[in-house]
Design a protein around this ligand. Structure first.
Ligand SMILES: [Zn+2]
Length: 328
């Protein structure tokens, strides 16, 4: 729909009239940087510019009801009504800019947020594997790559490189732990390209994560090694859930109640088995990347989220459509 038409619908308030019942919108951010283009070869399109993010947070503070994830989850568990037009801000992966760029804006505006960190990446000082593979396929000087099944993929232009990258993601998302690390390194060796070591500073340290918690924000787990939880063996999925929770609790001295499912490639990225596992490991909530709002009666262990577009007006459209029960 054209921007002008969207603006007219928003101004009329028509979407608010069809808003069905109390709902909460959980927004999914990743990275906030002053210059997103500087790191698009590793992080891709998941970076919001600092100015866009500030404008979006000012919109939330002014026209919506930013609440803590705990408030929504506790409301679901006690079957209380959610605050009207409430919005939760969440971040996946654990990028350094979350504490250095996003947190000062959130603190200034009094917006509580939840930060889900990839624990092995924090401890090993490395980017999540999708960023490493993206960088390798974008930067390689080679013209072809052969996958693990022996199929050859051309690397002539950006489209063919993207196709090869996506094939590698389909393989890698089904691996976790050391086997996953071995796979990423073998691709980096094959294509003779790898992220420079200094990009490890893009991932938060435990000190930076502790500072989020000390400022009243929630820290949650985004697994140890960022696999697709629905495609790895059951015992590996349980280890990703349990070990990341234990390590964060040991480092932060707080109970880790919340989990976020990685969605690196393939669908689905969670299922009934992973929901049961997350419950048995002791999580109170888990967010997915399935689109939509949270309503009373929803299962807190498979919460929907909304991917915010990059502008404040775009976010307003996302939210009004979502609250009105329309696809975003
Ligand atoms: Zn992620």
């Amino acid at each position: 729909m054209k921007d002008l038409a969207k603006r007219a619908i928003l101004a009329s308030g028509a979407l608010r009239l069809i808003s069905p019942g109390a709902t909460a919108a959980i927004l999914m951010y990743h990275s906030v940087m002053p210059e997103p283009a500087a790191h698009s070869d590793s992080l891709g399109g998941i970076i919001h510019s600092e100015s866009e993010f500030r404008a979006q947070m000012e919109l939330l503070a002014r026209d919506y009801h930013p609440v803590s994830l705990n408030e929504v989850v506790d409301g679901l568990n006690s079957q209380k009504d959610l605050p009207s037009r409430s919005v939760v801000v969440t971040f996946d992966d654990g990028y350094t800019d979350n504490s250095e760029v996003a947190m000062p804006i959130l603190n200034q505006l009094g917006i509580p947020a939840a930060f889900y960190v990839t624990v092995d990446c924090v401890e090993q000082r490395k980017l999540p594997w999708p960023s490493r593979l993206r960088f390798a396929f974008r930067k390689t000087k080679l013209r072809a790559w052969v996958d693990s099944r022996g199929a050859a993929w051309q690397l002539d232009d950006s489209d063919s490189r993207e196709r090869a990258y996506l094939v590698s993601c389909d393989d890698c998302c089904q691996l976790s732990g050391k086997v996953q690390e071995d796979f990423v390194r073998s691709v980096e060796e094959q294509v003779q390209a790898a992220v420079p070591g200094d990009l490890s500073s893009l991932i938060m340290s435990y000190d930076q994560i502790r500072s989020l918690a000390q400022h009243g924000h929630i820290v949650g787990s985004h697994t140890m090694t960022h696999p697709n939880m629905a495609y790895i063996p059951e015992q590996d999925a349980k280890a990703e859930l349990a070990e990341s929770k234990q390590r964060l609790e040991r480092e932060l001295k707080v109970t880790i109640r919340h989990f976020s499912y990685p969605c690196p490639a393939m669908t689905p990225h969670w299922n009934e088995k992973t929901v049961a596992q997350s419950r048995s490991v002791g999580y109170d909530s888990a967010v997915t990347t399935n689109g939509g709002v949270t309503r009373c009666g929803d299962n807190p262990l498979s919460l929907k989220r909304i991917r915010p577009t990059k502008t404040a007006e775009g976010l307003r459209w996302n939210l009004e459509c979502a609250f009105a029960g329309r696809a975003v």
